[in-house]
Design a protein around this ligand. Structure first.
Ligand code: DON
Length: 573
């Protein structure tokens, strides 16, 4: 063989060999995400197939929707560490089969030693990163108190132990991580290493899809909760481990903060749109009020005739969004600390007046509504939402979060879970935006024991008095507009739930004065027409990630997970 040919052949084999040996042979994972199901009796949609599975098992053995939702939340704390949690907080909206409604607020609270200027330097400027990373960013966690309270009041399975055990098993025996989780874990290694030390199951040179994640310390913590209830987390060794962790950084949370934490029942915020009744979360979330404001502002207009993603429809919806978010910044905060003018904000007269300067041809300038500065969204969208309907028709819509991926990146060494960075949802200084670009003022200023304002919008919708839809999403400030648009897509544009969830979305939050739009969401003609009206665009890959259930005309349930999150999973039977 001529020498040259031999060299080429050798090179060929070498490249082939190298290619094969470097190809990452991903271990198989023993679950698969399903995006759409139709079920005769009951459905669960959650951000992870293993958590959906836990929820379905609880339903099958006689638990109701609240039992299933509670078990799913504990499971998510194990299998979805980027956002599922016991170190964060959330909201649960419930509608029982006989039409009773309830809203549970287990949002994190500012520690007692927190104060208005805690994230400012001596010149009064916000110190970058202090409210988003590290020990000072954590609010007092509410998840465990919330889940125990939801089960106490509405659960059917006698002993909550049965709802926690599946999570303990997953933590103790381990589970195989998804591709998305592996990618996230790799992305945040530097931040993890800044605040945590080995040994720690989340510190590793490289995570691969299918790697077995065992969380022994988390299993021990879950056992404390299983055996001692609320005291298993808010008192005793787990509480001590949290405070020891906080002390090792620059945090201020104390044992007393933990001991005093209570989840609170609130009156859900309720509004009508046509023949629909919207049941959603009141403060300390802004979600329900802003959602109903937007719906009421667009209701008088013939959206259906304008057509889906027509310039007129988008323009109208954007102008409603702009006005609702301007109100959010000024008027919304924890209603236990600030007198939120809830009735006025939702009154027909007020909302009619709010649209008085709406022009069908021109964008309203945000600084003509209220002034402020802005910055763009930086975070990816990680929180969790779960929708559940049981065989009797009880429905639960629950959203819970650590805020950013893996919260403040501090893992409680003695107890095995990440703490939230929810303090960033306060307004650290009037007019200065948080990580979602949201501004706030007095209503959402930091005060000891106050809950920071949220955008989470767990929602249940009735049609003609019957259960119709259960939905919610992660996605920071874009949650409210996503819930708004998915509902409008179904109610006005006649879409199936799947089409409504998959459709491209847009988002306006007053400041910055721009429409955030998912890539390829609109035809070019719509973009050009909107630009001619004076709108500006910022493009993003994806926004909020909806998980929803709808009752079909034949009475069956359709569950839909969002393709925006590969792990979203719908199950039912
Ligand atoms: O409560 C809120 O509004 C936020 N902390 C939610 C954060 C979230 O959805 C994270 N994803 N972007």
């Amino acid at each position: 063989m001529p020498k040259k040919k031999f060299h080429l052949l050798f090179l060929g084999f070498f490249v082939l060999f190298l290619g094969n040996s470097c190809k990452k042979t991903a271990p198989a994972i023993d679950y698969q995400a399903t995006k759409v199901i139709v079920a005769d009796s009951a459905a669960v949609v959650s951000p992870h197939p293993l958590a959906t599975r836990v929820g379905l098992e609880v339903l099958k053995k006689g638990g109701n929707a609240v039992d299933a939702a509670v078990a799913v939340q504990f499971a998510l704390a194990v299998v979805y560490p980027r956002a599922g949690n016991i170190g964060g907080g959330g909201f649960m909206v419930i509608r029982t089969e006989d039409g009773q409604t309830a809203a549970l607020d287990y949002r994190e609270k500012a520690p007692m030693a927190a104060h208005r200027d805690m994230y400012l330097d001596s010149l009064g400027n916000v110190i970058d990163g202090l409210s988003t990373e590290g020990h000072l960013a954590a609010g007092v966690p509410g998840s465990v108190a919330g889940l125990i309270e939801a089960h106490r009041k509405f659960g059917r399975i006698q002993d909550i132990k049965e709802l926690i055990q599946p999570a303990i098993d997953l933590a103790e025996k381990g589970f195989h991580i998804s591709e998305t989780e592996a990618a996230r874990l790799n992305r945040f290694q530097d931040a993890f290493r800044k605040y945590n030390e080995e040994p720690n199951p989340f510190l590793k040179d490289s995570f691969q899809m299918g790697a077995l994640l065992i969380q022994k310390k988390l299993a021990a913590t879950l056992k404390e909760i299983r055996d001692k209830g609320k005291a298993g987390f808010y008192e005793g060794p787990v509480a001590e481990a949290i405070v020891e962790e906080i002390r090792s950084g620059n945090g201020v949370m104390t044992l007393e903060d933990l001991r005093q934490y209570e989840a609170l029942w609130r009156d859900p915020v309720i509004g009508r749109y046509d023949n629909f009744r919207i049941i959603s979360m009141p403060p300390s979330s802004s979600g329900g009020i802003a959602l109903i404001q937007m719906l009421k502002m667009v209701e008088p207009y013939p959206l259906h005739n304008y057509g889906f993603h027509s310039a007129s429809a988008v323009h109208l919806m954007v102008e409603a969004e702009r006005r609702a978010y301007a109100d959010r910044a000024e008027h919304l905060g924890d209603s236990d600390f600030y007198d939120v003018p809830r009735d006025s904000l939702l009154s027909d007269t007020y909302l009619h007046a709010r649209m008085a300067n709406f022009s069908p041809r021109h964008a309203t300038q945000s600084d003509s509504i209220f002034a402020g500065s802005f910055k763009l969204l930086k975070e990816s969208f990680e929180t969790t939402h779960t929708s559940v309907v049981d065989s009797e028709g009880n429905a639960v819509s629950v959203t819970t979060t650590l805020n950013s991926n893996y919260g403040c990146k501090v893992w409680v060494d003695g107890a095995g879970f990440f703490l939230n960075n929810e303090m960033d949802d306060f307004s650290a200084k009037p007019g200065v935006p948080n990580q979602f670009g949201l501004v706030g003022a007095e209503a959402n200023a930091i005060q000891p024991e106050k809950r920071m304002l949220s955008s989470m919008t767990p929602t249940i919708i009735e049609k003609d008095g019957e259960l119709f839809m259960v939905l919610g999403a992660p996605g920071g400030s874009t949650i409210i507009t996503a819930v708004f648009q998915v509902f409008i897509n179904v109610a006005e544009f006649g879409m199936s739930l799947e089409e409504a969830v998959n459709a491209g979305r847009f988002h306006h939050q007053w400041l910055p004065d721009a429409i955030l739009i998912e890539s390829n969401a609109f035809p070019d003609s719509t973009i050009q027409a909107l630009e001619a009206m004076g709108h500006h665009f910022n493009h993003v890959g994806r926004m909020a990630v909806i998980k929803a259930i709808i009752r079909l005309p034949d009475g069956r349930l359709q569950g839909v997970g969002d393709p925006r999150n590969p792990d979203d999973d719908a199950g039912g039977y």
